[in-house]
Write a protein that binds this ligand. Structure first.
Ligand SMILES: Nc1nc2c(c(=O)[nH]1)N[C@H]1C(S)=C(S)[C@@H](COP(=O)(O)O)O[C@H]1N2
Ligand SMILES: [Mo]
Length: 396
């Protein structure tokens, strides 16, 4: 270990104590004396990488909580009011969530590289405290890797597992953050000792390792952030969903064919229930006063893009059915089944003058893939709640 002298005496005593050698039968491979030679490893490298990774994970956690609460609001939050401002708020938080998660992949790799010889420490546990420390690290590594793996595959819309993505991703995040706090508490003396750069010359290779990690993070970010940051669009090589693809300015998450709703019935009409329920066909909806608003679709998978939507404000439709301001409604799609068939619209969005039952995008009638004949669009809401192929609105 380098920089031992900069450690507080208690930590130094622990590191100075010679460890017993592994039994002869085990003295091979990673258990050989001097099996790990890179001088670039060591506590200072681990602390620098840990700071970067920790910051990325904590940003992921905070922005993930926002996303979870918007998709699954507890009744208390519903009472306080959900945010409808700024309309692009969820674009920013979810764009950051996915960008930090992607950046955390190379960071986690580098961080594990910087400490992995400690997997082969002998004896495996020196004390109960040491055994608990290692168990906490095992939980932390497992939770973080599961989180990055499920998140990354979700951005690719690939779910090769039997468990529900969102709930698993959410509860694993709490596990990871809990284990991270334990880890930070346990390692506090060493983190403090190596927080500042030592005055001595850094060991060979450390700068190169840190620079290579920073370059990997930069490359991952620059080649994916264009999915939500317009001025990085030209560099967007790897983000699975490219804005601008599919014959429209706006990407399509799930096509009409995938949702099985291609056949919109010839007698399609919108039903709105309430004290004075009514039905309107498309011509009648188009004859109502229209509003045009620029609002983004911000997908949980990380891509986002603005559209110019034209349609009937939802509050107008609700007033017509005798529903007073403050009403929450359920919007139902023609889609036969699937998790996005309905969405509940809490009062702050249902009352908002720019929450639209959109009939047109960028001045043209909606295409089947964007939700023809009518789709919901509300400010500052996850894309997954902007229901397409709407057929019915019911009070909640
Ligand atoms: N009925 C229905 N509405 C839906 C979906 C769906 O699968 N079914 N996908 C949602 C998701 S996840 C997103 S990101 C947006 C994408 O809208 P777009 O395809 O018009 O860009 O639609 C939402 N509305
Ligand atoms: Mo989405």
């Amino acid at each position: 270990m380098e920089d031992v002298n900069s450690l507080p005496p208690s930590a130094r005593r622990r590191l100075d104590r010679p460890l017993p050698a592994p039994p002869d039968a085990l003295r091979r491979g990673p258990f050989r004396a001097g099996a790990f030679r890179s001088p670039a490893r060591g506590p200072r490298t681990a602390v620098v990488l840990g700071r970067w990774l920790g910051a990325a994970l904590l940003l992921c956690f905070a922005t993930g909580l926002v996303s979870h609460l918007l998709q699954d609001p507890p009744s208390r939050l519903l009472a306080v009011g959900l945010p409808t401002r700024p309309p692009w708020g969820y674009r920013v938080t979810q764009g950051l969530h996915v960008a930090c998660g992607l950046a955390a992949v190379p960071l986690a790799g580098a961080k594990l590289w910087s400490v992995y010889p400690r997997l082969f420490e002998w004896p495996p546990a020196r004390s109960v405290r040491h055994a608990l420390e290692r168990a906490a690290v095992a939980a932390l590594v497992a939770a973080v890797l599961l989180e990055l793996f499920t998140g990354l595959l979700n951005t690719l819309q690939w779910y090769p597992w039997p468990f529900p993505f969102r709930q698993t991703h959410y509860w694993t995040a709490w596990t990871a953050v809990g284990a991270l706090l334990v880890h930070l508490a346990v390692k506090a003396p060493e983190i403090a000792a190596h927080w500042r750069r030592a005055r001595s010359v850094p060991p060979a290779g450390r700068r190169a390792v840190l620079a290579a990690t920073a370059a990997a993070v930069g490359a991952v970010t620059l080649t994916t952030a264009g999915q939500s940051v317009p001025w990085l669009r030209a560099l967007d090589l790897f983000a699975p969903r490219r804005p601008g693809a599919g014959g429209s300015a706006l990407p399509v998450n799930r096509t009409a064919a995938q949702a099985g709703t291609v056949a919109v019935p010839a007698d399609w009409h919108l039903t709105v229930n309430g004290p004075t329920p009514y039905r309107l066909d498309l011509a009648a909806l188009r004859a109502l006063p229209q509003t045009t608003a620029v609002l983004p679709i911000a997908c949980v998978e990380g891509w986002s893009a603005n559209g110019q939507w034209t349609g009937v404000p939802l509050p107008d439709l609700l007033r017509r059915a005798g529903l007073p301001p403050g009403s929450a409604v359920r919007v139902t799609s023609l889609e036969a089944d699937g998790p996005y068939r309905t969405t509940d619209v809490p009062a702050p969005y249902a009352d908002h003058p720019r929450t639209l039952l959109a009939l047109a995008l960028d001045g043209r009638p909606l295409t089947p893939d964007h939700g023809f004949p009518a789709r919901l669009i509300a400010p500052d809401r996850p894309g997954v709640l902007q229901t397409k192929w709407v057929t019915r609105i019911d009070p909640l």
